[in-house]
Design a protein around this ligand. Structure first.
Ligand SMILES: Nc1ncnc2c1ncn2[C@@H]1O[C@H](COP(=O)(O)OS(=O)(=O)O)[C@@H](OP(=O)(O)O)[C@H]1O
Length: 329
């Protein structure tokens, strides 16, 4: 493994990993990473060593409850946005009369809805999880096949958000460069694209990630809701209402009349969130700067960074890999 740089985000550093993880790493295929120096392939997914630590802890220790809600995404598919919306839905009665006290105004969605694999990595937080009031909201980038067994057995709800692969790729490439610029030189887009098209991207292959949850949503529609970023951008109100129905906290007549849905959509929109001080200059408990989660929030921005041929290549690879799934991205 490459030695870590001191200013690297805590969750990507390659020192200070558990003995279990250390023992496992030499047996795993590995490749050059995008953000972290290396990516290792575990249970089919590509992941940085420190996150593997978290994944092992999460698979071993996390005990899902039936009332839990898990938000699942491949990185850069709109996680931050959906975390904000999911936080608002079950908690809306608490803040209806005091919007200026709403936690989203002063806290990052990433601190309000933590990533399971990060939360569990910081081992001391494990006991706290059991005392959280229901519904407990967590996020994860884990693909379906790597979810802790208790998630599959518990009957808890899963909300999956996918995004056009070209926009996801460009967003990830920007994020990688932003993080790398602090420690090392940038990584060329063409190099990342090659890796992405071979399936070597954080929590990738991208197509396996999406397909796993798409299949689960067809088999268990009452447990798994499958959403697309582009559909949500087009009609956020409809999707916020559907999400509330799915979570078992539908909007009442009065709320539908008094603009509660519009209020949530507005509060969680890119424009509103990216203006907040906490999202402009804050830092997460992981050491990550919050502004790195807000770039443009647009559909189709890939055309500004990739040639038509590059775009066609991504489309071809993704469609080939997903052939027969019934899903078109
Ligand atoms: N509120 C809101 N609405 C719409 N889009 C938003 C919002 N917040 C963040 N974003 C855009 O989502 C991209 C970041 O993806 P993630 O939040 O999934 O990142 S992460 O996986 O949690 O690291 C990143 O996309 P790009 O702008 O294309 O890079 C963000 O700008």
């Amino acid at each position: 493994m490459t030695p870590s740089q001191p200013s690297q985000a805590k969750y990507l550093r390659e020192d200070d990993i558990s003995q279990k993880c250390r023992d496992l790493l030499p047996s795993l295929p590995h490749e050059k990473g995008w953000i972290s120096p290396s990516l290792y392939q575990y249970q089919g997914l590509w992941v940085a060593p420190k996150l593997l630590n978290g994944i092992l802890a999460c698979q071993e220790h996390f005990r899902a409850q039936e009332t839990d809600v898990l938000l699942i995404t491949a990185p850069k598919s709109g996680t931050t946005w959906l975390k904000a919306i999911l936080f608002c839905l079950p908690n809306r009665a608490k803040y209806s009369g005091s919007m200026q006290q709403h936690p989203l105004l002063t806290q990052s969605p990433h601190d309000l809805v933590p990533f399971l694999e990060l939360k569990l990595y910081f081992g001391q937080e494990i006991p706290n999880l059991t005392s959280l009031p229901p519904p407990r909201l967590f996020a994860t980038h884990l693909p379906y096949q790597s979810l802790p067994q208790s998630v599959k057995d518990s009957g808890c709800k899963l909300v999956y958000l996918c995004r056009n692969p070209k926009d996801t790729f460009v967003s990830l490439w920007h994020f990688a460069n932003k993080l790398r610029s602090k420690t090392t030189s940038g990584i060329p887009l063409a190099e990342c694209l090659d890796a992405f098209c071979r399936g070597v991207s954080p929590f990738g292959p991208y197509w396996d990630h999406v397909q796993g949850y798409y299949k689960a949503s067809l088999e268990m529609p009452e447990r798994v809701q499958f959403l697309r970023y582009e559909d949500m951008i087009e009609d956020p109100q409809v999707h916020v209402k559907r999400l509330a129905d799915f979570l078992g906290c539908p909007f009442g007549e009065q709320e539908l009349r008094d603009g509660t849905v519009d209020g949530i959509v507005r509060m969680c929109s890119f424009d509103s969130m990216s203006m907040l001080e906490v999202n402009k200059s804050g830092k997460l408990s992981t050491g990550q700067e919050t502004e790195s989660y807000f770039r443009k929030g647009e559909v189709g921005d890939w055309v500004n960074y990739m040639s038509v041929e590059m775009g066609e290549r991504v489309d071809r690879v993704v469609q080939e890999k997903m052939d027969g799934s019934g899903l078109k991205l």
